[in-house]
Design a protein around this ligand. Structure first.
Ligand code: PBG
Length: 332
């Protein structure tokens, strides 16, 4: 590329930074509440809001409180909410049947949100880990996470969520062939407008620690998830996964975790130009909150800076626990 900068002093690059008005004019990226998908944790009971120690400011809410949160999110201009269930240990089994129970926590929460805040899109998580006795996203047979039987279970789970009224299905399991199987089943069941936002490039990450506490899976998990989630060393492989999921019918794709994987977000958006999302995961949230609570960083500033970074990298939106706080700040 030819240089576009005149010699000094014709060019003083500080000129376009010299007032807030000019800074606003030359701003290349923007952040608005409509960039956010808000992940929330659902628990049983009524009138319950239980803090999660490793995620300061985040609660496990009972279904009625989730509906209230959705009303609040809708008023703030947040377009979507994503549900994660905290499932009682007594409901975790080897066959994970609670995953497709039409009255499980997620499906009850979907119906409650649809009744209370009909304009907000409801996204779900598809993976067996909240219901699995061993904490894995797939069935475990003789120590192996088996693919094809897991996909069959995930399809049942998907259909139950779509029947309950989910707008966006979010497969986070990283099994092979699941997107195609889900799309086919959704079409067959008449759920033509139920979209799939695939967790296509999901890494085997240390940043998920607080989440596993939040959904009560950390105690249960035996071993690691490296046979299905990606190696943090890889980048070309992410493009193959994204392309594969798009060819199977994914409407939107996700990179997860977020900040440590902005190069992947950028490559994905540049290569495919499809709706691309990043998940600013629990560990990223916890790190910012912990440092802020200690007075080591300005929490609000770092929150906004981290969210803008996703937009700059090319993301269309961000799944973030900061969604309501950031939306409040943006709405002034
Ligand atoms: C599980 C799932 C995980 C997250 C979302 N869905 C954890 C995992 O893969 O172990 C992590 C989200 C976060 O850390 O905020 N299917």
């Amino acid at each position: 590329m030819k240089p576009t900068v005149a010699p000094f002093p014709a060019a003083r690059l500080r000129r376009t930074r010299s007032s807030q008005a000019i800074r606003n004019l030359v701003q290349e990226n923007t952040l608005t509440p409509s960039d956010f998908i808000w992940p929330v944790f659902v628990r049983d009971g009524e009138g319950q809001e239980e803090p999660i120690a490793s995620m300061p400011g985040v609660m496990r809410r009972s279904v009625d409180r989730i509906a209230e949160a959705a009303v609040e999110a809708q008023a703030l201009g947040i377009p979507a909410i994503c549900l994660f269930p905290y499932t009682d240990a007594s409901l975790k089994t080897e066959d994970c049947a609670e995953a497709w129970n039409p009255d499980n926590l997620t499906n009850r929460a979907i119906r409650a949100i649809k009744a209370a805040a009909p304009e907000i899109a409801v996204m779900t998580d598809v993976a067996l880990d909240p219901y699995n006795i061993n904490g894995h996203d797939g069935y475990v047979v003789d120590g192996e996470i088996v693919n094809d039987a897991t996909v069959e279970a995930l399809v049942k789970m998907t259909l139950a969520q779509a029947d309950a009224g989910a707008d966006i299905i979010g497969p986070s399991d990283m099994m092979d062939g699941r997107i195609g199987a889900m799309r086919t089943a959704l079409e067959k069941a008449g759920h033509h407008n139920v979209a799939i936002l695939s967790y296509s490039a999901k890494y085997a990450s240390g940043y998920y620690g607080p989440f596993r506490d939040a959904v009560g899976a950390s105690g249960a998990l035996k071993g690691d998830k490296k046979t299905y989630q990606m190696d943090p060393a890889n980048s070309d492989e992410a493009l193959r996964l994204i392309e594969r999921d798009l060819l199977e019918g994914a409407d939107m794709v996700m990179v997860k975790p977020g900040i440590a994987y902005l190069d992947i977000c950028h490559r994905v958006k540049s290569a495919f130009g499809v709706p691309t999302y990043a998940y600013q995961v629990s560990g990223e949230y916890a790190m910012i909150q912990a440092a802020a609570q200690n007075g080591w960083i300005d929490g609000g500033k770092v929150m906004m800076e981290s969210l803008m970074a996703f937009k700059r990298a090319g993301c269309n939106g961000i799944l973030t626990y900061f969604a309501p706080d950031a939306a409040r700040l943006l709405n002034g």
